[in-house]
Design a protein around this ligand. Structure first.
Ligand code: PMP
Length: 443
């Protein structure tokens, strides 16, 4: 499995990366067309269609309409929704597009307080604080929680916003092998002084940072094991649920619900509103004391303009739909749909002979391309056949582990997915990325 090869991705972009970057450019040269100058291989400027839940994109230069297999629109709440959209429009009229103020300077409307209560209730924590951007939520919160004398132990494949937040905090950073609890335990044991496993000396505090679903891997976090280790060594758990909140779990409550972890055992729950909720912004949920502390001290709360009111309304409304509080069963249907769609798509790709990373139930599905030179070819050929996929490569992934990253949505129909599978299969043969024998009749 590709993910086994990844080992320790360095958390700091250091000298090695400089040389890897040079090597990457040389590889591109060897294979002909440099990757960065293949304009027909990428998404260009796109327009959306208003009534199809962000399912298709119109490429403005090519005038073609593509099935969108790259958006994080997991539940199909982006674009128009019969419950959310009229309410967002109403809030635009009532509160305007922006508060033009920080939270403490008149930028807290009734929608902001309602949103924080709604999020806390949804993720099952006593309190929550919201921010205008998911990225900033990680990069601004970690420096508030941690500082010199603290230790952050971070999964080797954590998102860049976590990496930057950790670096900016001034705390010592150690990286553990991706999603490997035994290695986390080894790192913890090494960092705790004099064989006294129940103390944190010489650290003031230790935070272990993981993600619910890894965005480049499609893998579910081994949260039950990680939580048990953190309890044993008295380390705090920080969980980024950008890709899992709203997308997995019986009632959409994320990986804790899916994997049977008590939310009381996760100290800091972070998530974004840019995926399952079709909005923007991010949240931190935790104890009342933690949230109060962040409200008094976090610069991104004190000095940044608060989240846009229509965006806040969109989140409140989509959570209501997910929980069935709109008086329909649409939320439950969406959750069932994304699970069925994801499991169907993943198993069909595997039967065709692709190497697909990630776990069942995860809507994130990386198809391994490995060779960076295959990236533009795969993307271009899919686009030509009106399927838009996102490809990812170094530095977002290790150099020789390039991949196409498919994101499945509840708004995709079975027909959409079958059509996309036919295209991907043809392109897979053309580009040579079916690394396993196909099952009969699945060419
Ligand atoms: N955390 C993770 C794990 C992410 O994948 C992302 C972005 N996709 C973010 C945080 C930042 O979120 P946003 O795009 O909402 O700013």
């Amino acid at each position: 499995r590709a993910s086994n090869l990844q080992g320790y991705a360095p958390i700091c972009l250091g000298l090695e990366d400089f040389y890897i970057r040079r090597l990457y450019l040389r590889i591109q040269d060897c294979f002909g067309r440099p990757i960065a100058s293949a304009p027909d291989a990428w998404f260009d400027v796109v327009e959306r269609y208003s009534n199809d839940n962000n399912k298709t994109l119109k490429r403005t230069t090519k005038k073609s309409r593509c099935l969108n297999l790259g958006s994080y629109n997991y539940l199909g709440f982006a674009a128009s929704d019969e419950y959310c959209t009229p309410r967002a429009i109403e809030s635009l009229k009532r509160f305007s597009p922006s508060t033009c103020s920080a939270r403490v300077d008149g930028g807290t409307t009734t929608l902001h307080t309602e949103l924080e209560e709604c999020v806390a209730n949804f993720v099952q924590k006593p309190a929550a604080i919201v921010f205008g951007m998911g990225y900033v939520t990680n990069s601004a919160i970690l420096p508030v929680l941690m500082g010199k004398g603290g230790l952050i132990i971070s999964d080797s494949l954590n998102h860049n916003s976590i990496v930057n937040g950790a670096r900016g905090s001034g705390a010592t950073i150690r990286v553990f092998q991706h999603n490997t609890p035994s290695h986390l335990e080894k790192v913890l044991r090494e960092q705790i002084a004099d064989g006294q496993p129940r103390t944190h000396r010489p650290w003031k505090k230790i935070i272990v940072v993981v993600e619910g679903i890894y965005s480049m891997e499609g893998e579910l976090c081994k949260l039950p094991e990680i939580v048990a280790i953190c309890k044993k060594y008295k380390a705090y758990v920080y969980l980024d649920e950008a890709h899992s909140i709203g997308a997995v779990g019986k009632s959409g409550r994320g990986v804790c619900e899916l994997l049977g972890v008590d939310t009381a055992d996760v100290d800091i729950m972070m998530g974004t509103f840019t995926k399952s909720f079709g909005s923007c912004g991010g949240y931190i949920a935790g104890s009342k004391e933690l949230i109060q502390y962040l409200k008094y001290t976090c610069p991104a709360h004190l000095y940044a303009t608060s989240i846009s009111p229509p965006a806040a309304q969109q989140i409140i409304s989509s959570i209501k739909v997910i929980l069935g509080e709109d008086g329909t069963s649409r939320g439950a249907q969406k959750l069932a749909r994304i699970r069925e769609n994801s499991n169907f798509f993943r198993s069909e790709l595997q039967k065709m002979g692709f190497e697909v990373l990630g776990d069942n139930d995860s809507p994130v599905m990386p198809i391994m391309l490995y060779n960076p030179a295959k990236i533009p070819a795969f993307s271009r050929e899919c686009l030509k056949q009106n399927v838009a996929v996102v490809t990812v490569a170094f530095p977002a992934t290790p150099l020789l582990l390039a991949r196409a990253r498919i994101c499945i949505s509840a708004s995709h129909t079975k027909e959409d997915l079958v059509k996309a599978l036919e295209v991907i299969s043809r392109v897979g043969d053309l580009v040579g990325i079916k690394y396993f024998p196909a099952e009969p009749n699945k060419q």
